[in-house]
Design a protein around this ligand. Structure first.
Ligand code: SAM
Ligand code: SF4
Length: 464
């Protein structure tokens, strides 16, 4: 099942403010493109929209850079390693430009490095940060006209990136950005710099897209934003985030609604009440804590203390429906002492998360924490990360094992090469691999009884 063209929105009619310079390679409007994506779900979804813009201009998407006239690389700069990858990948693309291919860098590294990319990799023709994607049609026109240096690097915008066509990768679950950028200013983070200020999309536009998605057969939607729950409806309707969640869940055909990522400071009781009252809102909240030490949280400018964070957790634990909770943690932030790290470990014991994404602190350009003293040696960061991950592994194994014998609804998203083996997600976002004699299950909802558990997934059997 595939859905190459699936969504119509208002046409992009805004004026262009990019800069261009004539020279070098040229692509035809009906060329081919190869698009590679690194980073978070927001980047994945941005790429789906970028692909939509190109398809609606007559381009054809191809599987390899060799087959493409336009090679696009959607990048991530959240940690140093991710950003380094971009330049090594650009090195690989260098030879391809001499074949007359046009090469473009999109996303966070494009925004961060700007025109310096042309200095480091003169074979690149397009540098465009995510806050300028709405100008992509105009930038493509410049490339098609043969301009060799096209940039879109504005971040001072109050507009969101809405496309005529979005080419979604998954035929059943659709991502949908409801808020772009970030105003939170955590001291370690490049996002406010690379994605620009926070701007929310109009609630009527969101709901229109959800209705169209439902008509096309999508049953799960995932609302996206760096701080998704800071959503502030710009229309006179002024829908609260929790009201929007309920309105999305009310669209006929929608069976599951997810949202990520929530910021603890804006996580209010009405969100929990919405989850309690509407079973189509998934019983999973990703609530990044970053550290268990209030001292470190202050240095990170996270705007809450350990106790305030724990109050939000308690709010969820008191809900009438169990809610799975996952988080992000950074170890080795400047000045994090052994005692601070112990507090993070004790937070794990207290919350007993269902999942954890953990990272070693990575100093990033343009961030306040870059200037902080007391850096933690790399080996020490690695040691703390390993201890944290081992502790979480034990917690997840125990939590998952406690589910053996229970039956869950699963949206089937994968079929194993091994016969009669399928996989999918529960509403709490656990991976459940299961056996079934059924001939075709992809995209359907089935009941699965859990028979086994590991730290990262469950095993089960289809209950007819
Ligand atoms: N907006 C979300 C939030 O507030 O939690 C997450 C944004 S970021 C894309 C995802 C995760 O990357 C963060 O939660 C944080 O744990 C991690 N991260 C961000 N900057 C980092 C840095 N400089 N070093 C290490 N990890 C970082
Ligand atoms: Fe980065 Fe903080 Fe904004 Fe999340 S809330 S994107 S960590 S600045």
């Amino acid at each position: 099942m595939s859905k190459p063209f699936d969504f119509e929105l208002e046409r992009l009619t805004r004026p262009s403010s990019y800069s261009g310079m004539s020279r070098g390679a040229r692509i035809g409007p009906r060329g081919t493109f190869f698009l590679e994506t690194f980073g978070c779900q927001m980047n994945d979804h941005d790429s789906e929209k970028v692909a939509g813009v190109l398809l609606s201009r007559g381009y054809r998407q191809v599987e390899t850079p060799e087959a493409a006239s336009l090679i696009l690389y959607n990048t991530c700069s959240i940690r140093e390693k991710a950003a380094q990858k971009v330049f090594s990948r650009l090195g690989e693309y260098r030879a391809k430009q001499s074949d007359g291919k046009v090469i473009g860098v999109l996303g966070c590294v494009a925004q961060q490095e700007g025109e310096q990319i042309f200095e480091r990799a003169p074979w690149v023709s397009l540098v465009c940060g995510s806050a300028s994607y709405r100008k992509l049609p105009e930038m493509l026109a410049e490339l098609e006209a043969g301009n060799h240096r096209v940039t879109g690097l504005d971040t001072d915008t109050d507009e969101t990136f809405e496309t005529e066509v979005t080419r979604r990768d998954n035929p059943w679950r659709a991502y949908l950005t409801i808020i772009e950028g970030c105003d939170k200013a955590c001291s370690y983070c490049v996002v406010p710099y690379t994605r620009g200020p926070e701007r929310s999309r109009a609630s009527d536009s969101i709901l229109k897209e959800v209705r169209q998605l439902a008509d096309l057969g999508y049953s799960e939607v995932q609302l996206l934003g760096q701080t998704v729950n800071s959503y502030a409806d710009p229309t006179p309707r002024k829908m609260r985030f929790s009201e929007l969640l309920l309105a999305v869940a009310d669209v006929p055909g929608i069976r599951r609604v997810r949202f990520t990522t929530s910021h603890p400071s804006d996580f209010m009781p009405d969100i929990v009440e919405a989850i309690e009252s509407q079973s189509r809102l998934c019983d999973h909240v990703h609530l990044p804590v970053q550290s268990g030490s209030t001292k470190v949280l202050r240095a990170m400018q996270r705007t809450y203390s350990r106790d305030e964070y724990l109050e939000k957790i308690e709010m969820m634990r008191q809900a009438k429906r169990p809610i799975a909770i996952t988080t992000d943690i950074i170890v080795g932030f400047p000045g994090e002492t052994e005692a601070d790290f112990e507090e993070t470990l004790s937070l794990l014991d207290e919350v007993r998360y269902d999942g954890l994404f953990s990272f070693k602190y990575s100093p990033r350009p343009n961030t306040p924490s870059l200037a902080m003293n007391d850096p933690i040696p790399e080996e020490e960061k690695s040691r703390r990360l390993a201890i944290l991950q081992e502790k979480q592994r034990e917690i997840q194994t125990a939590r998952n094992t406690a589910l053996i014998g229970q039956t869950f609804e699963v949206l089937v998203g994968g079929k194993s090469r091994r016969e009669n083996q399928w996989s999918g997600y529960t509403t709490s976002h656990r991976v459940l691999n299961f056996a079934s004699q059924a001939k075709e299950l992809l995209g359907t909802y089935v009941q699965v009884r859990v028979t086994g558990a590991g730290p990262n997934s469950l095993v089960g059997e289809h209950v007819a």
